[in-house]
Ligand binder design. Structure first.
Ligand code: NDP
Length: 244
């Protein structure tokens, strides 16, 4: 079985929260990392924290396909293959439907759905040729259950679940694994993407009370990456123990 340290792993949305914790955990395990997000300074800080690790950073907006291709190109130019793509970038500007925040809906659909599809489009043909690979996406409990006030966010995460299941069905014969990790509330910067101050603060409180950490989710991601070729975890829900 290929060990984690031999794997070339591309992470989209690596600059904070779950993506940052996963990048750090994988750096500790000596994986070959290509990490991307819009905030280059945050990616630089991760690289600087692990001077011995093989970490390559690339500024990228997942809604821009050229940016995504640059990230994938960096991985291919450096290592000639990609073993894992982790599509983690996401935002959550939740608000009741009646408020009609069409601009926020469009941005959320673009990042949470098109961002995932851009990663898939850039990487799956490479993995199909390799006859091996693993695509992982951060989905959510909100990809399984709909909450009032979160309908559009839930819609994006239901969509990601459907897309990732379709990918599994289409690419299983090329030995490409498809995994969604579906966290419950985790304390991260995600609440800062909510424009309504009261809703943002309520979510922040939920996140703080949940007790679940980005490092917990990172350990789930590492678990699914470190499975033998014959074993494919497709959907892992990780709730804080006390969450309804
Ligand atoms: P953070 O806000 O801390 O992290 C979000 C990450 O996505 C950042 O690295 C951010 O980087 C990146 N990102 C956002 N927009 C873009 C973009 N256009 N292009 C590239 N990268 C982008 O929150 P989390 O760690 O919580 O979020 C990670 C994932 O986890 C999301 O998909 C979220 O929906 C999901 N999730 C989170 C839960 C929680 O309770 N925290 C629960 C369930 C799922 P940058 O801004 O630098 O571009």
């Amino acid at each position: 079985m290929m060990s984690i340290k031999d794997k070339v792993i591309v992470i989209m949305g690596a600059s904070s929260g779950i993506g940052e914790a996963t990048s750090k955990l994988l750096a500790e395990k000596d994986a070959k990392l290509i990490i991307a997000a819009r905030r280059l300074d945050r990616l630089e800080a991760i690289k600087e924290a692990f001077p011995e690790a093989e970490i390559h950073i690339q500024e990228a907006d997942v809604t821009n396909y050229e940016d995504v291709q640059k990230v994938v190109g960096l991985a291919m130019d450096t290592y000639g293959r990609i073993d894992v793509l982790y599509n983690n970038a996401g935002i959550m500007p939740t608000a009741p439907i009646v408020e009609g925040h069409r601009d926020e809906w469009k941005k959320m659909l673009d990042i949470n759905i098109m961002g995932v599809l851009n990663g898939i489009a850039a990487v799956v043909p490479i993995m199909a040729e390799q006859k091996s690979g693993h695509v992982i996406a951060t989905d959510s409990v909100a990809g399984h259950v709909v909450y009032p006030g979160s309908a559009v966010y839930c819609g994006t995460k239901f969509a990601v679940r459907a897309i990732m299941e379709g990918l599994r069905q289409e690419q299983r014969e090329n030995n490409i694994k498809s995994t969604i990790i579906s966290p419950g509330a985790v304390a991260t910067e995600l609440y800062t993407t909510i424009s309504d101050k009261e809703v943002a603060e309520a979510l922040h409180q939920d996140q703080l009370e949940s007790g679940l950490t980005s490092e917990d989710i990172a350990s789930a991601v590492v678990f699914v990456i470190d499975t033998p070729a014959r074993m494919s975890v497709n959907d892992m829900i990780v709730r804080p123990t006390g969450q309804p």
